[in-house]
Design a protein around this ligand. Structure first.
Ligand code: UFG
Length: 290
């Protein structure tokens, strides 16, 4: 509904389980599909450690069911949501040509495995065009304030935690560690506005050629936890109280992209800055009745 309002277009929606090959088959049979963007993944790192079977089953089987349907119905264009987590604890900035290091949780492993599965499938089927998009840290919301991030329960990720503290839903942010080898000791990440990320998918689909292609979708800029808190406070003129606590297990010090390949090959570059990310995240949270 909200997507139709924002886009001013009719959107056909089927609520199905993408691991259900019969349900997927019916859709492929009934439509002439130009391309597939596969977003249907479970994505919480901590939860994946508790529920590895659900994560491996959902994230791997869904990829295989979809690509199998693509093969059966002659759909050659496929865009896959991957994650910067596949780089492991590599040297920043992360570049697509780097050797990947081990992932630290089942969620990350499902992304690394899906990338390998897709690579093997493309190598065996040269007609396929697959774009693997490695997301850095998506934040922000649509500027209408209508769609944004509304995690179930207590948020795992930094930005929704910050917005909920600002709203008074949570008392204080806990900053996980201030002894990393970074600008101020807190973790550094490459935050990217979710609308820039969405535009990256459009660019990937429009520029897709045969073969397997891997792109970082990030801004190329690293921001520490405390820098993000300060940017949020300044952009929205609101306080975000915090405490420094111990490091969170599995976190790395720094993660940011070399974003030049997507710019050169897709003509795509993130355009929205940290102020826009902070304002849009806050607008959504303020409007959200949940
Ligand atoms: N952080 C806090 N307090 C919080 C939450 C996070 O200090 O309450 C810190 C983290 O320690 C980290 C930074 O904020 O330094 C970002 O943490 P997030 O949980 O928001 O994001 P991550 O970088 O840990 O993980 C994200 C996605 C994963 C993906 C990964 C890829 O959530 O799905 O990026 O690098 F795998």
């Amino acid at each position: 509904m909200k997507i139709m309002d924002i886009a001013d277009k009719e959107v056909t929606f089927y609520e199905i389980d993408v691991t259900d090959s019969q349900a997927v088959d019916i859709i492929f049979r009934n439509y002439k599909i130009d391309g597939v963007i596969h977003f249907a993944g479970l994505k919480a790192v901590g939860e994946s450690v508790e529920k590895p079977l659900e994560y491996y089953y959902n994230n791997i089987v869904s990829t295989m069911v979809l690509i199998k349907a693509c093969k059966k119905y002659g759909v050659n264009r496929f865009v896959f949501s991957s994650s910067a987590t596949v780089y492991g604890d590599n040297k920043v900035p992360f570049v697509e040509t780097m050797d990947l290091l081990p992932t630290t949780n089942p969620y990350g492993e499902t992304k690394a495995m899906s990338e390998r599965i897709l690579t093997d499938i493309v190598n065996a089927n040269p007609a396929f065009s697959v774009s693997i998009l490695r997301y850095f840290n998506p934040v922000g919301a649509h500027k209408s304030g209508q769609i944004g991030e509304a995690p179930n329960g207590i948020p795992n990720n930094l930005m929704p935690f910050i917005t909920q503290v600002a709203k008074g839903k949570l008392e204080k942010l806990r900053v996980f560690g201030d002894d990393y080898p970074t600008v101020d000791g807190t973790g550094v990440r490459d935050y990217i506005h979710v609308v820039d990320l969405a535009e990256g998918h459009v660019a990937a689909l429009e520029n897709l050629t045969a073969g397997i292609h891997v792109y970082n979708l990030g801004t190329g800029k690293g921001t520490s936890v405390l820098e993000l808190v300060k940017a949020f406070e300044e952009a929205n003129d609101i306080e975000v109280p915090y405490d420094i606590v111990a490091r969170r297990p599995g976190d790395i010090a720094s993660c940011y992209a070399d974003a030049s390949k997507a710019e050169q090959e897709l003509g795509w570059k993130a355009k929205r800055n940290l102020v826009a990310m902070c304002r849009d995240s806050w607008r959504f949270e303020k409007n959200f009745k949940g």
